[in-house]
Design a protein around this ligand. Structure first.
Ligand code: ATP
Ligand code: MG
Length: 651
């Protein structure tokens, strides 16, 4: 190999490292800035080693990890075991290779670097073979293998020695071959297992900047700069997993396609796309990558017991977001909670799942598990149970959630959205609109009308499509969408929807039904907003009477009717009629909902406005203050109702 100028720079750095006796993050970074991969520079002689060939042209990131590993392995005269753990394809083996190369160049392991492929072959055999071919030892043939290995330890070349045990599947397999204590040996293990060893390093996926660097090395910096946004999206799409980046990068280069096109191809095929599959028999395959992404995950999958596989499948149905464990328990309700926990621990042990109270799957592992889920016998059943669990939470979201409730429901929202978009076919007719309503209420309740809108629109479309026009859920969907339009001031669009909702409800449920009363009320509110007081009044009256008759006097809907009617009178300047109704509404609400409720705040606010209109400023002021404080406490500063209350105070 010819020595290029860069590699001379690197040799200089190593000379300093040797003189100073330690290697720092700074040195490491400098080294990899000057040379793409340490495998490309000549290896020093006199240091026995069988480090495998690296399978990347450029090594990125990991300077900190490399430094940390070395610190861990440096205790004197002790066999220290350090383990690099993480999911398939995250770069454990590559990190061990680069660590070995760095310290080969730094002359830190004069006793040699012995690389053992733990998954493939018996370790004892490999150790003896290294001693023979790389150390020139001749272990006696008449000894049993474990004795022969011991003999090798005793006759090993002097000085610190690194043993790399790559891809350990089971700690029990390697234990009999670990070197004796105390001695010159240091052991570096790479594994997908969650070994409880003191010195272990969990390897995360790459940082975005490193992932981009790797991609630009593979497909050219120019191309990345031209399509930077797509490159970023691609990295994210591949979950920053080095293996996936390597494979996709190679594919893009070979096919000479744009990154946008690559994204499109991945969109339709996912892990099944040829770019992510490695065909070992392909004669044109030049890279040392042994397995494609799914194949790498398959190794871990095959080590899971059935319960853990089932749980993996269930988790893959959730959105790509932290999954509250409570939701999982609810979706797997037939299963004993301890058994479920065991299954979770299995997944955690193989690093397939990380978390504390909520758990998250790596993007590509989720995709892998989703493919497995599709092939389950109980695939549909699992989807039904998952949807039912989400529906249960969605039903709990109140129409006007207060801050506390927003906080409580926030972690569920991505999963509600997942059901509403991907799994709606597994919702029962009865539950169909529930996730949509939950999402709508969640956003509308916070005043985030624009975010609520697509869910309310979808709700109507989905309900019409599945249930046909003649269904109470459709009426409800018309209603909710109309209310949202109204909040946005889109009165013209709201009216026909409210009319439809009213007629449908009357036809389906008969005149004597609380939903009919609600429909009258909603329509009246719209008229009032448009200044059509004459149209609004009889509807409010009807709504009030119907509600009183059907639900009795002691009901929040009755309070609402009083309040709305009062507001109408107030708008018309009929202050005398408005006041007793506002008072009644306030008292009813306080009694039924408690003081800490947004409707109580509304009542204070309205009464205050009324007094103000009448010039009764002294009475208005304290009520404003109460309303504002309540609103702030319950809904937060950002809410439109709070802003409105500020306005009132400023009047
Ligand atoms: N930091 C990195 N920079 C560039 N390429 C990397 C990096 N880490 C890993 N790779 C490349 O990603 C691919 C997968 O890495 P590697 O084989 O080390 O994964 P692994 O964690 O050992 O997976 P497995 O659990 O399947 O053994 C390899 O081609 C490797 O060269
Ligand atoms: Mg490996």
């Amino acid at each position: 190999m010819t020595i290029n100028p860069d590699s001379q720079v690197v040799q200089k750095i190593f000379e300093n490292v040797r003189a100073e006796g330690n290697i720092t993050v700074g040195n490491i970074t400098q080294i990899y800035q000057s040379v793409s991969n340490l495998g490309n520079i000549p290896k020093p002689t006199g240091f026995p080693q069988n480090i495998p060939k690296s399978s990347t042209d450029k090594f990125v990131g990991r300077a900190r990890e490399l430094e940390r590993l070395h610190q861990q392995l440096q205790r004197n005269n002790e066999v220290v075991i350090a383990a690099v753990k993480g999911i398939g394809g995250v770069g454990k083996t590559e990190l061990a290779i680069q660590y070995s190369l760095l310290h080969l160049q730094s002359h830190n392991y004069p006793g040699g670097i012995c690389w053992l492929r733990a998954r493939e072959e018996d370790m004892g055999v490999q150790i003896v073979q290294f001693a023979r071919t790389d150390l020139g030892l001749q272990p006696p043939d008449d000894l049993e293998l474990p004795e022969r290995v011991r003999w090798c330890w005793q006759h090993w070349q002097q000085g610190d020695t690194l043993l790399v045990l790559d891809d350990v599947k089971d700690y029990k397999d390697i234990e009999p071959y670990l070197p004796p204590q105390p001695s010159q040996f240091k052991v570096l293990i790479t594994t997908r297992l969650k070994l409880d060893l003191a010195g272990s390093l969990f390897l995360e996926v790459l940082q975005e900047s490193d992932a981009l660097l790797l991609l630009s090395q593979l497909i050219g910096e120019e191309k990345i700069n031209q399509e930077l946004a797509q490159a970023q999206e691609l990295c994210q799409r591949l979950g920053y997993l080095p293996l996936a980046l390597q494979l996709v990068g190679r594919y893009v280069k070979k096919r000479k396609i744009s990154l946008a096109e690559m994204l499109r191809r991945l969109e339709s095929k996912g892990l099944g796309h040829p770019s992510l599959i490695v065909n070992e028999n392909d004669p044109t395959w030049t890279l040392d990558v042994k397995r494609g992404v799914a194949a790498a995950f398959e190794l871990s999958w095959s080590e899971l017991n059935e319960q853990a596989q089932l749980l993996g499948c269930l988790l893959s149905l959730f959105a790509l977001a932290p999954i509250p464990w409570l939701l999982v328990e609810s979706a797997a309700k037939e299963q004993d909670s301890e058994e479920l926990e065991d299954a979770r621990v299995e997944l955690e042990n193989l690093h397939l799942l990380v978390g504390e109270d909520s758990y998250q799957l790596h993007q590509l592992i989720r995709e892998f598990l989703r493919d497995k889920q599709k092939n389950l016998d109980a695939s549909d059943e699992q989807k039904y149970n998952y949807c039912a669990a989400i529906v249960k939470e969605a039903q709990e979201i109140p129409e006007t959630p207060i801050l506390q409730e927003i906080t409580r429901f926030t972690p569920f929202i991505p999963h509600l959205a997942e059901v509403a978009t991907v799994y709606k076919n597994w919702l029962s007719d009865e539950d169909l609109i529930v996730p949509f309503l939950g999402l709508g209420n969640f956003y509308r309740g916070q005043g985030a009308y624009a975010q609520a809108l697509p869910w309310q629109e979808q709700c109507l479309l989905v309900a019409l499509e599945r249930l046909g026009e003649e269904h109470p859920s459709v009426a409800m969907s018309y209603n909710n969408l109309a209310l949202l339009y109204e909040s946005q001031g889109r009165y013209g669009e709201a009216e026909p929807l409210l009319q439809k909702a009213l007629q449908l409800t009357q036809r389906l449920l008969g005149e004597e039904h609380p939903d009919v009363a609600m429909s009258y009320n909603n329509l009246a509110m719209l008229y009032e907003s448009q200044g059509r007081y004459g149209d609004a009044e009889p509807l409010y009256q009807k709504a009030l009477q119907l509600t009183q008759r059907l639900l009795g006097e002691e009901h929040p809907h009755v309070a609402m009717s009083y309040n709305n009617l009062a507001a109408l009178y107030q708008s018309q300047g009929r202050y005398g009629e408005a006041e007793p109704l506002y008072q009644k509404a306030l008292q009813l609400r306080q009694r039924l909902l408690g003081e800490e409720h947004p409707h109580v705040a509304q009542s204070y606010n309205n009464l205050a406005l009324l007094y103000y209109s009448q010039g009764r400023y002294g009475e208005a002021e304290p009520l404003y203050q109460k309303a504002l404080q309540l609103y702030q406490r319950l809904l937060g500063e950002e809410h439109p109702d709070v802003a409105m209350s500020y306005n009132n105070l400023a009047l």
